[in-house]
Design a protein around this ligand. Structure first.
Ligand code: NOJ
Length: 699
């Protein structure tokens, strides 16, 4: 056993514990004493490993105070003894890394990956002496760890019935969470975000965001979910949470052949909500790009035959109100070309939308269009105008059927120059269908191992054809965009469409919740930009002001953003529409200037292709006055600030479209007051003016 020097500190090895054992029983099997420990580069977080009565566990300290108390590690296996007791720490190694890598697209161009790593091997003290490793990466703003199960005779074909990983949150905390495992939910990631004491949590999806009574913000999630079931979190007792893997129709949670690694279990930890959002932990724990040259992956903005479908003005199915006609599509292409949009989405172009397609995807064809939609002609028309069609594959959850057609469907799009496809999996939770080898129909959750593999299969098959994917009703995001940069964006929470359907519409705090929960996972195709906010359908409205709709383009990051409203709404409101035309979707820097979960947030981002900055600020149902320092702008440089803000009478419920637009010159030493109405927001474009003669470019 060796003790290893890590970032200027000595980690205590098992030999030290053996020596301590002579002093009394406390350390005889590691009880009470750390067998190994490692601290983050800036000595903010410390992870300690212990073995108590042969059971390996970890805990996390922040500035020396216990944040995550002793929490078990291990697995329940089918046909074998649980992999959780009877272990000793056989060896440990550690090292530190400080590197910077570049994203092809994203919230920021350069990402620093700075951590210390501790790899611990636990081996059974008797019997078959099975063993596994746990690798911890400790950052100043969080911790990730994963299990690595090496190949060995007694662990070859591994069936995991349960993962036993625990998170014992010590300080009393409040949680923001989405209930998981609700079979009746259309897609249970789309349930409104709950807020409750952590001690009242049920079973939750991740990211699960918690705020301790001392003001520490923590998000528990996972990174690099590959060939494994998604980790939900079940509350066992008090504030003790345990991994609850999504089940597989085959009756187990996960089946793998060794060697294999699990996804990373992650805890992002910060003093403020803004710092939590600023963490790059999830991306850092994913593997680098495996696709190779991705210059063909293009962020952008799109419009489409979409909102009229959700308003029930048009239909996906054939008939007098069919939306996806050649004529409608050409009109949208003309509008896109005129206003600088790169894409046009057409939903309902393919056969099979008649009747109840929700959960019954077997009737869809992914290659044959309706007679009133000339797919080849529309694609050629778009190409001639410099616009790309965005393809659409709604599966209705019929994943077995979709997989049979997938190759031909993607080939067709490739031939037509369709380089982005929006996929859909509208089906009840545990309503995904496929047929097994014996011809039996199997029902899967959207987030079990079977579907984790399916979503990635679609992404890798698309990459072979230089096609990017925008998954709706997806599996949650775990940062795989780093490894597969053509997985551009996804849904994975309650989007704009609920404001057309009701059941109920999204409350004004929804987006301020999203930033510090769902958005910690990655980009969201939320589809903002609704201008006709009142009476979307008879039941419904959008609980937002117009200025807030603009702000969402900055606040809710997606490399692919939709201008979701109908063309008519934009033609009627050219002045606010200008912001949607201007705002980019790819950034070189992102900063959160202020924010509280569910209350308000202000985010600024710098355009990847110019020196311009953009600001989005949103509030919940409460109006508020914020003062924003412009210190993020380049010192000494002047900017033309184009400000879109709530008008004096604006409120989401009585005057949502009251908006004021003004321009003024500003610099980095200025402070701007932002008056956000109830359910309101502000959006600002800062156009960089030419530098003064002789002024130095900042490095
Ligand atoms: C649900 C998606 O979120 C929505 O955007 C799409 O229009 C429908 N499914 C139909 O595919």
């Amino acid at each position: 056993m060796r003790n290893t020097r890590v970032a200027g500190r000595w980690a205590v090895g098992a030999t030290a514990c053996a020596w301590l054992a002579a002093a009394g029983p406390a350390c005889a099997d590691g009880r009470g004493a750390a067998l190994a420990s490692i601290s983050s580069p800036g000595n903010v977080l410390t992870v300690e490993l212990t073995i108590e009565l042969g059971r390996p566990s970890y805990r996390v300290l922040r500035f020396g105070e216990e944040l995550i108390g002793r929490s078990r590690l291990g697995f329940d296996l089918r046909g074998a003894r649980p992999l959780d007791h009877g272990f000793e720490l056989e060896r440990q190694t550690s090292h530190s890394v400080d590197e910077t890598w570049e994203q092809p697209w994203g919230e920021r161009r350069y990402v620093r990956n700075h951590y210390t790593e501790l790899a611990a091997r636990f081996t059974e003290t008797s019997g078959e002496r099975r063993f596994y490793e746990v690798v911890f990466r400790v950052y100043d703003d969080g911790v990730g760890f994963r299990y690595e199960i090496p190949a060995q005779p007694a662990l070859a074909d591994v069936v995991i019935d349960d993962e036993l990983t625990e998170f014992a949150v010590v300080p009393v905390a409040t949680a923001w969470w989405v209930p998981a495992g609700q079979p009746d939910a259309p897609n249970d990631l789309e349930i409104l975000i709950h807020k409750s004491p952590l001690a009242e949590l049920g079973t939750a999806h991740t990211p699960l965001t918690i705020l301790t009574e001392r003001g520490v913000h923590v998000a528990i999630h996972e990174a690099a979910l590959v060939d494994y079931a998604a980790m939900r979190l079940a509350r066992v007792d008090g504030q003790l949470l345990r991994a609850a893997l999504a089940p597989d129709a085959a009756g187990w949670k996960v089946r793998r052949t060794t060697p294999f690694t699990t996804p990373w279990r992650t805890m992002q930890i910060a003093d403020s909500a803004g710092q939590l959002y600023g963490s790059d932990l999830i991306l850092n724990l994913n593997e680098p790009n495996k696709v190779g040259d991705v210059s063909w992956v293009r962020p952008g903005k799109f419009i489409g035959i979409w909102w009229d479908l959700h308003l029930e003005n048009w239909s996906w199915a054939a008939g007098p109100r069919h939306g996806a006609t050649t004529e409608h599509a050409k009109r949208y292409i003309d509008f896109a070309a005129k206003n600088g949009f790169s894409g046009v989405l057409v939903e309902g172009w393919n056969l099979g939308w008649e009747g109840e397609w929700f959960g019954h995807g077997e009737s869809f064809s992914f290659t044959r269009p309706y007679p009133d939609f000339d797919l080849a002609a529309v694609a050629a028309y778009a190409r001639a105008k410099g616009v790309h069609l965005i393809g659409h594959h709604e599966t209705g959850g019929g994943v077995g059927h979709y997989e049979e057609e997938l190759g031909a469907a993607l080939d067709l799009y490739q031939r037509l120059g369709v380089d982005t496809v929006k996929t859909g999996y509208v089906a009840a939770a545990r309503g995904i269908t496929h047929t097994d080898a014996e011809g039996r129909v199997q029902l899967e959750w959207h987030d079990g191992q079977y579907m984790a593999n399916h979503y990635l299969r679609v992404v890798t098959e698309a990459a072979k054809r230089h096609i990017s994917i925008d998954s709706h009703e997806p599996i949650k995001d775990t940062g795989l965009r780093r490894t597969y940069p053509n997985w551009l964006t996804r849904e994975g929470a309650r989007g704009m469409e609920y404001n057309a359907w009701g059941q109920p519409v999204n409350p004004p705090e929804h987006e301020t919740n999203l930033v510090f929960t769902r958005m910690l996972a990655g980009p969201f195709d939320f589809t903002p930009g609704i201008f006709a906010l009142e009476r979307t359908r008879a039941c419904c409205r959008v609980k937002s002001t117009l200025a807030k709709q603009l702000a969402l383009y900055v606040v809710l990051y997606s490399p692919l953003q939709m201008a979701a409203d109908r063309i008519e709404s934009y033609e009627a409101n050219p002045a606010p529409f200008q912001f949607i035309k201007d705002v980019p979707t790819d950034w070189s820097e992102t900063l959160v200037l202020n924010g509280e979960i569910g209350e308000y947030v202000t985010i600024v981002r710098r355009d990847r292709r110019s020196d311009d900055w953009y600001l989005g600020s949103i509030s919940n149902e409460q109006g508020r006055l914020l003062a924003v320092s412009l210190g993020f702008l380049e010192p000494g440089r002047r900017y033309n600030a184009q400000i879109y803000r709530d008008g004096p009478h604006a409120r989401w419920d009585t005057a949502p479209t009251d908006i004021e637009i003004e321009q003024r010159e500003v610099g980095s030493s200025d402070t701007l007051p932002l008056r956000l109405a109830a359910g309101g927001g502000a959006a600002i474009r800062f156009v960089a003016l030419p530098r003064a003669p002789g002024a130095a470019r900042p490095r």
